[in-house]
Write a protein of this length. Structure first.
Length: 343
């Protein structure tokens, strides 16, 4: 009787550019942290939320109710998407980079979309039965190509990224920044700020030591730490605030998600960040940080964090924001609802 009344299984495939061409792939084998978060994090949480849904990495020739293509939009993804449609399945394109628009000053290598990337993004967006955008800015851009688009933010494992024991109320106040080494140039915008304020130090967590550290160490005690997800979670527990300056000078930068700051916010750190749309949404949701644009605003924000009580208050608000808005179960529920809208 239970078997007769059980809900029918829904099979959801997940594909990335790497897994589409790999002879064998597993969720555990997804190396890039942001991809593992977006794919494995959501897939496993969706299965916990709804046992009727089975998630697996896409395998060609197998029938799926829908397939999510994340960081996959080139010819192999388009061919796989067409094959999914031929068997009656739905195609979901998880869009996470603004390849749709090209304008502004692209000073960071590899951020200006190529003509091929623009064409692939357009083709995959048109092919999709649903587009899932990881920022509200990108959602609004993708909607110009395909009106069936939902915003699902990046998710944070709040069991891993959690507050530690409060650091003693003493200087130097420890700031932390994390990102790809070749995208660290905006850190130089903090040099004139840190020249004006005393009693701070900076931890830079990245895939490689950014060359910008040579200039930063002139004005602030600074150290480099290699990035790995679990070690980064431990580093955050021993910091006082997370910072993310950005140069909002092109379409690529404006469409980013909030993940850079929400990892720190989950650890109870107040965020100080540039007025990029996703950052503003995360900070202003509960007041878990400070949005700063000009050097004067950055200096004032850092000065205000000298007060341990203020840091604790903003950090508690930051943690609340992530738990209620960006934690993995909350985001996975949003993703599941989006998938069900096309099934």
């Amino acid at each position: 009787m239970r078997r007769l009344l059980a809900r029918p299984r829904i099979r959801v495939g997940w594909a990335t550019a790497a897994t589409l061409t790999a002879p064998r792939a597993t969720f555990r084998g997804l190396v890039e942290a942001s991809v593992a978060m977006r794919v494995a994090g959501n897939a496993r949480a969706i299965e916990r939320l709804d046992p009727a849904v089975r998630c697996e990495l896409y395998k060609a020739g197998r029938r799926y109710d829908c397939v999510v293509f994340c960081k996959a939009m080139a010819a192999p993804a388009q061919a796989a998407g067409a094959a999914v449609h031929e068997t009656g399945g739905k195609v979901v394109f998880d869009a996470n980079v603004n390849y749709y628009e090209v304008w502004g000053d692209y000073e960071l290598d590899g951020t200006r979309p190529t003509t091929e990337q623009q064409q692939d993004a357009q083709a995959m967006t048109r092919l999709a039965d649903l587009v899932v955008a990881d920022s509200t800015y990108l959602r609004d851009i993708a909607a110009k190509v395909n009106p069936r688009v939902e915003w699902v933010p990046d998710n944070v494992d709040t069991t891993l990224f959690r507050p530690g024991r409060r650091r003693p109320a003493r200087e130097p106040i420890r700031l932390v920044w994390s990102g790809m080494s070749h995208k660290a140039r905006p850190l130089l915008d903090l040099v004139p700020v840190l020249e004006r304020v005393d009693g701070f130090e900076l931890v830079v967590v990245s895939n490689a030591e950014p060359p910008e550290l040579a200039e930063l160490v002139r004005v602030v005690p600074c150290r480099y730490e290699p990035f790995a997800l679990r070690s980064y979670a431990r580093i955050l527990r021993d910091c006082d605030a997370i910072v993310s300056p950005k140069r909002l000078v092109n379409a690529y930068e404006l469409a980013h998600t909030e993940w850079k700051i929400t990892l720190g916010m989950a650890a109870g750190l107040p965020a100080v960040a540039s007025p990029q749309q996703s950052y503003v949404e995360a900070i202003e949701a509960d007041g878990g940080g400070i949005v700063a644009e000009s050097p004067d605003e950055w200096a004032a924000a850092l000065e205000s964090l000298r007060d341990p009580a203020r840091r604790a208050e903003l950090g508690a608000r930051a943690r609340k924001t992530v738990v209620e808005r960006y934690s993995t179960p909350v985001v996975a529920r949003r993703y599941l609802d989006a998938l069900r809208s096309v099934l």
